[in-house]
Design a protein around this ligand. Sequence first.
Ligand SMILES: Cc1ncc(COP(=O)(O)O)c(C=O)c1O
Length: 392
Amino acid sequence: MKDVAKDTTLVHAGRDPRANHGIVNPPVYHCSTVLFPTLDALEDSDRRSFEIINYGRVGTPTTFAFEQAAAELEGGFRAVNTGSGLSAIATALSAFTKAGDHVLITDTAYGPTRRFANETLIPYGVEVEFFDPCVGAGISALLRPNTRVVFLESPGSLTFEIQDVPAIAKAAKAVGAVVMIDNTWATPLFFRPFEHGVDVSIHAATKYMVGHADAMLGIIVCRDEATWTTVKKTATRFGVCAGPDDLFLGLRGLRTLSVRLKQHQESALILADWLAARPEVSRVLHPARADFPGHALWKRDFTGSSGLFSALLNPVPRAALAAMLDGLELFGLGYSWGGFESLILPARPAGVRTATRWTEPGPLLRLHAGLEHPDDLIRDLDNAFRRLNAAL
Ligand SMILES: Cc1ncc(COP(=O)(O)O)c(C=O)c1O
C-alpha cells in the first residue's frame, strides 16, 4: 500500500513473508561463501555483485532487508549497512574525501567522529575545519571551492544545539559539497534529512533502531543512486559489513521503534521539566523545551524529540558528584543510549570543541530516559540529589 504512515512502514519494511514460507520475520543468513552452479553464473555475479548475492560481506538477504527498511523509512534511494555507527561515519566521510579536499564538521559532533577526522582524515591530506553549530547560512563564509563535505549532527549529542540544516545545505550545494548528517538522535521518525537538503544520512543503529543495548550496528542512507554507489564502493573496499544476528536485531528493533520513541520522548520531557525546577540545576538542554535557544529551529524542522538530553549542574566538588552518581539504582552510569534502560553520563564539553567556547562552569549530565516509569526515575534522581547535597 502506498503513502502509509511511518508507523506502518516500520512494521512492514524489509519483510516478504510470501518469499519465506509465510514466516513473518526474514531469515537470518549466516554466510560467507556463496556457490555458483556454472562459470557463467560465477562471472555474472562478479559483474553484478551489488545487485545479487555474491559473497557474504557484500550483501545477503538479511543485509538487504535491513538496508531496504532503513532506506524506505528515511525516504532515500538505498542504504549501506556497517558494523557500528562510528564505522558508518568513517565510511561515509572516507567515501567523499581525498587529499587536498576541505571538510567542514560541526563543533558539536560526537567525539569519535572528531577523532576520526583529526587522526585519520588529516594524516591522509584532508583539511578538516570545525564550525559553530549555530552558524546557519553564515557557513557560506567557510565554504571553499574544494569543500567536499559538510558534516552535521543535529542536535549535537552532548549539548543539543540544533543546526539550520536547510540553510547550511543550500549554501553547501552552491560549492558542490556533499551534506551529511548524523541523524541518530531524531531517527527517521522525527527528522527527514532528504527533505532538508541532506545527501547522506547516518544512523548509529546501535541506539534507537536496535533499541535494546545488545548489538552494534550502523546504516548509511543515501539520497540518490550516484551517492549510494560511491558509499557502497567504499564500504566494499574497506570490507565493512555487519553480522547477520546484529542486522536481525536491527530489523526487529525497527518494528517497535515508534512506540518506544513515544515513551522515550514523554519520559524525557517529564524528567527535563522536573530537573529544570531543581535548585542544583542551572540549565536543562532539551530542544523541545521552549527555554532552549534552538527551540524555534527544532519546532520548524523536527516532528518529535527522543529520550536524550542534558542538565547542567551548578559547580560542585567531584566528590559530591561521585556521591550523587555512585548510588543510582535505576539510571546506569555508562556510554551509549537509545536502549530500553535509562542512562546517565557526566561530560565536559569544553574539552571537545575548538570552533566555539563552552563556558558553563558546572558539570554536564547527559541523561537518556529509558522505558522505566518516569515516577521511579524521578525518585532515583531525587535520592541522587539528596546524596549530592549531603556530600557538600
Ligand atoms: C551521535 C552518535 N553518533 C554515532 C555514535 C557511534 O555509534 P556506535 O557506538 O554504534 O559506533 C554514537 C555513539 O554513542 C553517537 O552518540
